[in-house]
Ligand binder design. Structure first.
Ligand SMILES: [Zn+2]
Ligand SMILES: [Zn+2]
Length: 495
């Protein structure tokens, strides 16, 4: 016995097995963008070797999406018996060492899987003995892996939904990737939600099938034998592959899916207007806000005072309905598909009982939206100084224009800053990946022919940090806190 040895398991405080969905959740929000997508539909059949990565801007509802996915995967449907599902929600920054975190995560997965054989218990007992005996982490993890493998083995496949991948450090992400690759051999099908997608140089793969127009493919097969690069290969979309098409030179035997994951952007659910209408309808139930559910026979009830605010008391129901529709449109435009931003606007409406608030945005952001951006900036600043400065500078540069700036301009900014700031010169970004990761979802690379970066919401161009400019102006004699200065100067983000 080792006096330090673990006698009973302590739950890692950063990990949770579940995320409680609030009872009034609008769970159709992600239907068309995600649950009805080809990617989810293929992945959830459980035969695909690739992981499914759902990425999206801060506050777009990824945790909710993960929780809904877990619930739906656990439901059997006609013709499909539900496979075992484990879920992990990383709810806060990890305070334990990376290896301890890996151990706790594997343990958490193990305990969520059904016991369909005796072997796994036997391996797990050995693991527990190793814990009590104070064996090394590496030995413990090896035993735990064995136990987990034997628990996965009896099932055709098992699902794992992991939310909050960006909460762990880059080093730990690499460790987790290795563990998952290892578990995938035992048919664990992994879905991850993350703010920043796994970095990749944009891919323009199109189908070579006769008469097939499919391009910008995410799901495809390539002939491995004659593959040189994305521009020089024979590729087929799923449909053409299913039709039995073959590589003209090598036949059908060398087809492979060359990717280990498939990305799906969930930042802009196209049902957001329905969500806003659904939310407002709770308060303004006498108005028909959804054109699909227009019901002319509905009795013309008197309007609530708040809807009438600023309008003539003789306003007719259609006028008020029209106003509500405009508000929905307006919130939807402002939020650009971001559910948290939409919610903040809805909160303001419910709080002030006034629909006019939304349209008064102009150059003034609602207080709660500023607080949201502030919190995001705070998190970025908690990184090591070089990283946070690079991030703040890049955000500031990207926010110069509503639609973002070309990659080449960002590089100009960065080069200029590096010549001025010696601490950045020691660890400059090595690729756009570094910049995007440090910025923690606040800048994105939109899909386009000319590569460029933009802030995740165009309102960021109006954003001024909450602190007074004087309190964050440069006072450092040795190195300029350039990014913070840029955020407040006239030609920076506040312009
Ligand atoms: Zn070929
Ligand atoms: Zn095709």
């Amino acid at each position: 016995m080792d006096p330090f040895g673990l006698r009973s398991r302590v739950t890692n405080s950063a990990l949770s097995k579940q995320h409680a969905l609030s009872p009034d959740i609008y769970d159709r929000l992600f239907d068309s963008i995600f649950f009805q997508s080809k990617e989810f539909s293929y992945w959830s059949q459980g035969n695909q070797p690739w992981q499914l990565h759902c990425y999206g801007a801060p506050g777009c509802g990824k945790t909710t999406l993960a929780a809904i996915a877990v619930r739906r995967l656990r439901e059997s449907t006609p013709g499909r018996k539900a496979a075992p599902v484990a879920s992990i929600f990383i709810e806060k920054d990890v305070s334990t060492s990376a290896v301890v975190f890996v151990e706790d995560l594997l343990d958490c997965i193990y305990h969520q899987l059904p016991n369909l054989g005796f072997e796994s218990d036997h391996h797990y007992e050995q693991y527990e003995m190793a814990c009590q005996g104070g064996e090394s982490t590496s030995k413990r993890i090896t035993l735990l892996r064995k136990a987990l493998h034997s628990r996965l083995e009896p099932s055709d496949h098992t699902f794992l939904v992991l939310d909050g991948y960006d909460r762990v450090s880059e080093g730990l992400q690499v460790l987790l990737d290795c563990e998952f690759a290892n578990l995938q051999v035992h048919r664990l099908r992994v879905m991850i939600t993350r703010r920043v997608p796994a970095f990749e140089v944009p891919l323009w793969m199109s189908c070579d099938g006769h008469d097939c127009e499919e391009d910008r493919l995410k799901l495809y097969w390539v002939c491995k034998k004659c593959y040189k690069n994305q521009y020089d290969c024979y590729a087929l979309c799923y449909a053409c592959k299913e039709k039995g098409l073959k590589c003209p030179d090598d036949g059908a035997v060398y087809f492979e899916e060359l990717y280990d994951h498939v990305d799906i952007d969930v930042s802009h659910p196209n049902d957001i207007e329905e969500y806003i209408a659904w939310d407002l309808q709770k308060e303004y139930s006498h108005l028909q806000v959804n054109s699909n559910s227009e019901d002319a026979s509905k009795p013309q009830e008197p309007l609530a005072k708040d809807v009438m605010d600023g309008t003539d008391s003789a306003t007719t129901l259609p006028t008020a309905t029209e106003k509500l529709r405009k508000v929905i449109q307006s919130i939807s435009n402002n939020a650009e598909g971001n559910i948290t931003i939409a919610k903040l606007y809805l909160d303001n409406i419910h709080k002030h009982q006034c629909l006019d608030d939304v349209e008064k945005v102009g150059d003034r952001l609602p207080r709660n939206l500023i607080a949201l951006f502030d919190a995001g900036m705070e998190r970025i600043k908690q990184q090591p100084r070089t990283q946070s400065d690079i991030a703040l500078m890049a955000i500031s540069a990207a926010a110069e224009k509503d639609r973002g700036i070309p990659l080449a301009s960002l590089e100009d900014w960065m080069r200029d800053a590096i010549t001025r700031l010696p601490h950045l010169a020691d660890a400059p970004p090595r690729s756009l990946e570094d910049v995007l990761r440090f910025a923690n979802g606040f800048i994105i690379e939109p899909f386009s022919r000319e590569r460029h970066v933009a802030t995740y919401n165009q309102f960021f161009t109006f954003y001024k940090p909450a602190e007074s400019p004087s309190s964050i102006k440069n006072t450092d004699q040795t190195g300029i806190e350039s990014a913070e200065v840029d955020l407040t100067t006239d030609d920076g983000i506040a312009a």
